[in-house]
Design a protein around this ligand. Structure first.
Ligand code: GAL
Length: 1000
């Protein structure tokens, strides 16, 4: 829809009226209410509006009028620029005031009330103007008359505009949106700062005698299988109105306000998200509801849905899109939920604000447990712009400041009122990282008042004085184990007391209780509200986290941080198309690529972390041995009849159907497998029928057993060894391989080898960079590991071996490694046995990035077939869901385009690989004991130095890295370091590989 008149003037404002800084904020709004699907008419005001942009909230310097899309964010439509900060405020912390320079967008359009509405209006209908999301505050006028002010960027705000639109004809709607307002201080989420009318705007006809608000409780009694239903309808004044409730599939026709016996019902759960269609009608209006009968309870330390303990296999989801930002394409709601379901996720936290309505509807329909979170974060009170501790910040926190109480309690009520009819929401969270105080206590009380049926969680209430569920962020495996055991070490107790104090809470030394008298938290269910920080390559150790949930009933799983990289499409200074992050839009203050930490890349391509999560989140666990498979049914409700099983005894060349027992929820059993040679046994479970967004024949989980000894025994020994021959110039020939006088491999058959060297380096991952808890990159680079130098110690023939001894040295240091290469050859191939021995005084606390070999081959080898673990990348603490087989991939698909370039693409346990393409013929690589393999069109240096994936340049070579050992990736960008077993401490390593040139 396009507005017809471009207004020249905007409403005059009183210079003294600083509505954007006023507390309590918001004027003239209707009380919050449910987002309902009604048969009452609506008129969408989405489309092209007129827009004038300026830098002052008083509108004095607004520019020329130009068209703009609503919904949308103006920074992504050519005005101003997005800015990314995680914790700190992008403006001075001067609350409730904001700087004079305040990017401001003045939106205008004409509105004509449809003539068909007139009859209803004559009967007393009202017209409501609804904004579903305006960032960060707006003043609204109709025909120059003030209507009101919005507050709460991700909250629905409605105004009764009946009188303003009362006269016939065209009316002028003006909406002045400011980027900075008092809301800014309570909406400090870790995401792009961007503004505008970013969710839909509509005009609603509210019939007299209609249903203005509605709440329903559809309870399920797991003991009897019976459902009860209570629906309460309200008019605009909040007074109960009587309406008829119909649920055809249950034969229900009853009145609101009464307890309706629904008889035996099929309950709703994430496993079986059964919804009953219902209508609620007064004579004047009919509202459609989708009912999910379910009961959510906190039962001591157990969180139950329909009587059963639930494990949250979840993720935190922000609303992000590489083109439109927080504005949401409708399709993204369905797509995200489909991807989550297909990857075995069963839960989502709407971090850190109530999402687009459609998202919750899809969660109801497809089955995800939702923690719905309020639009509240004040993290910037805890850090000043130098990232130091700010003593005044904690003390002045809005959580404990009565000045903010009305604003925050109202917005809390508002989001619960909007969303309380969703079956998928099993808990409310009042917000994120905002500390605690009298105001947050009041917010929690307000939630309970509006919806007494669901538990309330607030991570920052560490002691759980008010929360029903205990949760923390980024707890280590060790800390989580202590929580699971209900036994905290003194050290951990002290850490928790410090966390309380950091919030400004005056906590005594025993503030987190004592062993004899623990804090209330330790008697409640626990979950990781955020964990497994999925920034770049990682997070590691999902396996260990999920194992804890099997062991300790109080540990209820958690929510990976986070769903999507928030990269924004843009162009760098060299003209490369890139996904931009903090700093790419000219921001002076920013937090760089910390905004790209999702399970899916900005364009929603699953990153390997999602595939890893799929495996560890699988509702069915498989432990394969050559003769049998142990199956663990980890569903809370379902048996396995909806799945079928297949087994392969030949590295996945052929599959046979395997009889899968029904196996009730929570049970485990062993199933015998057909006899094979026992080398590689693979089992997978697939869906029988489509279920919501999960298609039929979808692999839910796959696992295998590889008998390394048997596999090794099948590799033929090198036969027909030839002896190395030395040429006059000092170079060597050994079978198809040629070495220079320094013992460097320079060609293999027709393939020129530009570089070939023992290598201790890989590009650092995000978890190893400067701002992490484990800044290894700086330490690695300080000792020059990224540019190790080779010194030849000796090159000599020893029988049929060419022995090359070198020393790897690091600039400015005595650190390094001795390398011994023993090359043997036949007419067709060459084999290297390499021993790398780091100096024995290598610092104990400094892991090596990797131990391996690097080859630079001619370019064009763009097709790779490999026998090993695939099809996705694996690092020591990731790679769940990879299985052993022969996989094929293009060179391009072997790369993971992480927004910020870093080590990626390693395939584990590769015993054989064939690289083909180009004019020079191919190469077969063998690694009898299995090695990590990465093949790239660029060097490690390129990966290490470029700042955006889109800036990486192929250099005309094919780079092959073979890794005998790699350092784990961990989660230290915002979480624990790799577990001890994944730390690559310096040690001697011997590995073998073979190279065979192939004809073109
Ligand atoms: C958490 C925070 C998230 C996000 C994450 C780091 O502390 O709650 O919003 O900032 O850290 O990516």
């Amino acid at each position: 829809m396009t507005s017809t008149a471009a207004p020249d003037a905007v409403p005059a404002t009183d210079p003294a009226d600083h509505w954007w800084e006023e507390l309590p904020a918001g004027q003239g709004r209707l009380r919050g209410r449910a987002h309902l699907h009604s048969d009452a008419p609506t008129l969408s005001l989405d489309g092209t509006w007129d827009f004038r942009y300026g830098t002052r909230a008083d509108g004095i310097d607004l520019g020329e009028s130009a068209p703009i899309e609503v919904p949308g964010m103006w920074q992504l439509q050519g005005y101003g620029a997005p800015q990314y900060t995680n914790v700190v405020y992008p403006i001075p912390r001067d609350d409730p005031y904001v700087p004079d320079e305040n990017p401001t967008g003045h939106y205008s359009r004409t509105v004509t009330v449809p003539a068909q509405w007139n009859a209803s209006l004559a009967d007393g209908a009202r017209i409501v103007l609804r904004f579903q999301g305006v960032d960060s505050a707006a003043k609204v006028w109709i025909d120059g008359i003030e209507i009101g002010v919005t507050t709460g960027s991700r909250l629905t705000q409605e105004f009764d505009v009946t009188d303003a639109l009362g006269s016939e004809g065209e009316h002028l709607l003006d909406v002045r949106v400011v980027q900075w307002s008092v809301n800014t201080y309570v909406e400090d989420q870790d995401m792009w700062w961007a503004s505008g009318i970013f969710r839909s705007v509509d005009l609603l006809l509210r019939p007299a005698g209609g249903i203005h608000d509605l709440e329903h409780v559809a309870d399920f009694d797991p003991a009897t299988g019976a459902g009860t239903l209570r629906v309460t309808a309200y008019d605009q004044e909040g007074t109960e109105v009587e309406a008829t409730v119909e649920v055809p599939d249950l034969g229900i026709s009853a009145t609101t306000g009464t307890e309706i016996d629904a008889g035996q019902v099929r309950p709703w759960s994430a496993e079986d998200p059964h919804l009953y269609d219902a209508t609620v009608s007064t004579g004047a209006e009919t509202v459609r509801l989708r009912l999910g009968f379910r009961r959510v309870e906190v039962d001591g330390e157990i969180f139950r849905v329909n009587g059963e303990r639930i494990v949250f296999r979840g993720v935190n989801r922000h609303e992000a899109d590489p083109v439109v930002g927080r504005t949401q394409h409708l399709a993204n709601q369905d797509l995200d939920v489909a991807l989550m379901k297909q990857h075995n996720l069963n839960a989502v936290r709407t971090s850190h604000y109530p999402p687009h309505q459609r998202f919750l509807e899809v969660c109801d329909e497809a089955g995800l447990y939702v923690i719905c979170e309020g639009d509240f974060e004040t993290h910037g009170f805890h850090a000043d712009s130098t990232w130091g501790e700010d003593p005044t910040g904690a003390a002045e926190r809005p959580a404990d400041n009565p000045m903010y109480e009305e604003l925050l309690v109202e917005r809390t009520e508002r989001f619960v009122l909007r969303d309380r009819n969703h079956a998928s929401i099993v808990m409310w969270s009042i917000g994120n990282e905002a500390a605690t105080g009298t105001v947050t206590d009041a917010m929690i009380a307000a939630v309970r008042e509006v919806d007494p049926t669901r538990p309330v969680i607030y991570e920052q209430d560490y002691r759980c004085d008010h929360s029903d569920v205990f949760s923390l962020m980024y707890s280590s495996i060790d800390e989580s184990t202590q929580i699971g055991r209900r036994e905290l070490s003194d050290e951990y107790r002290t850490k928790l007391v410090h966390m309380l104090r950091h919030q400004g809470v005056d906590a005594p030394d025993d503030g987190f209780g004592t062993a004899e008298d623990p804090a209330p938290a330790l008697s409640k269910p626990f979950l990781w509200i955020e964990y497994a920080h999925a920034m770049g390559n990682g997070a590691g150790s999902l396996k260990e986290y999920m194992e804890l949930t099997h062991e300790y009933p109080a540990l209820h799983g958690g929510f990976i941080w986070e769903w999507i990289d928030h990269g924004l499409e843009t162009t760098d200074t060299e003209g490369n198309r890139i996904y931009g992050y903090g700093g790419d839009f000219g921001e002076r203050l920013h937090d760089s690529n910390f905004v790209a930490d999702g399970l899916v890349l900005p364009d929603r391509t699953p990153s390997p972390a999602l595939l890893d999560a799929k495996h560890h989140y699988s509702p069915v666990g498989l432990e394969v041995t050559p003769g049998s498979v142990r199956i663990h049914n980890r569903y809370a409700f379902s048996d396995l009849t909806h799945l079928r099983a297949e087994v392969s005894l030949d590295s996945q060349h052929t599959w046979q159907e395997l009889q899968l027992p029904t196996l009730a929820a929570g049970e485990s059993t062993d199933v015998a497998l057909p006899a094979g040679d026992g080398t590689v046994t693979t089992v997978r479970l697939l869906t029988r029928d489509p279920a919501g967004p999960v298609p039929a024949d979808h692999v839910v989980v796959a696992a295998d057993h590889v008998d390394a000894e048997k596999r090794r025994a099948s590799v033929p020994e090198l036969e027909g060894a030839v002896t190395p021959e030395r040429s006059e110039d000092g170079s060597w020939q050994l079978g198809p391989a040629r070495f220079d006088d320094l013992g460097r491999l320079v060609s293999i058959g027709d393939l020129e080898v530009e570089q070939s060297y023992a290598d201790l380096y890989r590009a650092p991952v995000d978890n190893e960079r400067a701002r992490t808890r484990y800044p290894l990159e700086a330490r690695w680079k300080r000792i020059g590991l990224d540019g190790a130098r080779r010194r030849t110690v000796g090159v000599a023939a020893d029988g049929d071996q060419l022995v090359v001894r070198t020393r790897l040295g690091l600039d400015g240091s005595k650190l390094g490694a001795d390398v011994v290469e023993r090359w043997r050859g036949t007419g067709q191939q060459v084999e290297a046995e390499v021993t790398i021995t780091p100096v024995d005084f290598w610092p104990k606390d400094l892991p090596l990035p990797r131990i391996g070999w690097t080859l630079s081959l001619p370019g064009g080898l763009d097709q790779v077939e490999y026998e090993g673990y695939g099809p996705h990348e694996t690092y020591p603490d990731t790679g769940g869901g990879t299985t052993f087989a022969t996989w094929e991939s293009s060179l391009q698909d072997l790369q993971v385009p992480y927004v910020f370039p870093q080590e990626n693409g390693n395939r584990a346990g590769v015993v054989r690989a064939v690289l083909r393409g180009g004019a020079t013929g191919g190469l077969e690589l063998q690694a009898p004991d299995g090695l990590g393999l990465a093949v790239r069109p660029w060097s490690t240096t390129e990966l290490d130095q470029k700042l955006h994936d889109g800036a990486l340049r192929a250099d005309g070579r094919t780079w092959v890295t073979l890794s005998a050992a790699l350092h784990g990736v961990g989660s230290a960008a915002c979480g624990p370091l790799p577990l001890d077993q994944y730390v690559l401490s310096a040690h001697e390593e011997t590995f073998t590989f073979r190279l065979r040139p192939l004809d073109s």
